[in-house]
Each structure stands twice: as C-alpha cells, then as structure tokens.
Design a protein around this ligand. Structure first.
Ligand SMILES: C[S@@+](CC[C@H](N)C(=O)[O-])C[C@H]1O[C@@H](n2cnc3c(N)ncnc32)[C@H](O)[C@@H]1O
Length: 175
C-alpha cells in the first residue's frame, strides 16, 4: 500500500479516530526513521498495544504494526540507496489472544526486519521490553538470539518462531 492509500481506501469508515491516529503514526515514523537512520545503524521499535483492532483489510495494512513496519522499511530502503545499511528490530505486544494470533502470523511473514511478538499485558512485558532494547547494546548476533529462545517469562510468552528476520542477503544478518 502506498502512503496515500491510507486516505484513499475505505478501510476507515466509522473509524475516524483510528484513521487520524494511523496517519499521525505514519507521518511521524517517516521522519523519525529517516532522521535516526542518519546517525544510527539500528532502529528498535516497540509497540505495547499492537492489535490488530478492527482491522478491515485481510493483509492488516490498516493496523499500526503494519504501518510502522512499512514506514521503517521505506526509510531503510532510502538509506540503502545512499549506501547506509539500517537494521530494523521490532517488538510487538498484544494481550488479546485472537488479536495476537493475527499479529504473530504477520510477524512471522515479516521480511528484512527482526520482528518479535509477545502475547501478554504490558505490565507483564516490561522486563522483556527492556531486555529486547538492551540486547542491541550487547551486540549479540541474530543467531545467538535465536538460540536463546524465549526468556522464560511465563506471563509474557513468545511462541516458537515468532522471532523472524529475513534479511535480503546473508552479509546483513547480524543485529
Ligand atoms: C485501540 S487498540 C489499537 C491497536 C493498534 N495499536 C492500532 O492502532 O491499530 C488497543 C490494543 O491494545 C490491546 N491492549 C489493551 N490493553 C493492553 C495491555 N495492558 N497490554 C497489552 N495489550 C493491551 C488491546 O487488546 C487492543 O488490541
């Protein structure tokens, strides 16, 4: 979906507040990711109330996590054109099991980004969030992270292969 499609398509009928929220998110992340990418080589993004929630599209393009990933990837592509490789790391939390199932399916299909999910309430996921954000500082490899698996937080589980990173080439596999 192109950026303008958010306003062109009929995905937000009787969802005007969501539409405004998603437009703000989209516009903000456009600039945020470009600016951060000039200085840093990794962008870590955490959404604690991911949804999806009342999404109308089958591919969940009208969900905040889809919009976020799309904008982050667009910025990544722009930086790539000027020779800068940006790594994307996303952590999406959602407490509702049925919404989480859709979120996880989306995350498992995500390309060119490390996307992790947690099926828990925010209050139970704070330690996981801090660990996720700090892992980058430790410079661990993606392979190492996969071996670690879930951190054992029963209140905030991440199932099996919810961590996915499908980089475009093997030379860009560490995060
Ligand atoms: C209004 S919806 C927004 C969904 C998404 N951010 C979007 O804009 O498309 C809020 C979502 O947060 C989830 N949620 C609410 N309270 C939560 C909590 N304490 N921890 C985790 N998820 C929560 C709900 O289940 C719901 O899916």
């Amino acid at each position: 979906m192109s950026k303008d499609d958010l306003s062109q398509r009929d995905l937000y009928t009787r969802r005007e507040q969501t539409k405004i929220k998603h437009l703000i998110l989209q516009k903000y992340l456009q600039r945020f990711a470009m600016i951060i990418g000039f200085k840093w080589d990794t962008i870590t993004y955490v959404d604690c109330f991911s949804g999806p929630w009342n999404a109308q599209s089958e591919d969940l393009q009208d969900s905040s996590f889809s919009i976020a990933l799309r904008e982050l990837q667009a910025a990544r592509a722009q930086h790539g054109i000027r020779g800068k490789s940006i790594k994307l790391r996303c952590l999406f939390l959602e407490k509702n099991p049925s919404a989480y199932a859709k979120l996880k399916e989306f995350a498992d299909d995500a390309k060119n980004a490390l996307v992790e999910t947690r099926n828990c309430e925010l209050r139970d996921g704070v330690d996981d969030i801090v660990t996720f954000v700090r892992k980058r500082q430790g410079g661990r490899s993606l392979q190492g992270r996969r071996k670690e698996g879930n951190d054992g937080n029963a209140a905030c589980p991440s199932e099996g292969p919810s961590t996915r990173a499908r980089e475009e080439n093997k030379s860009d596999r560490t995060v």
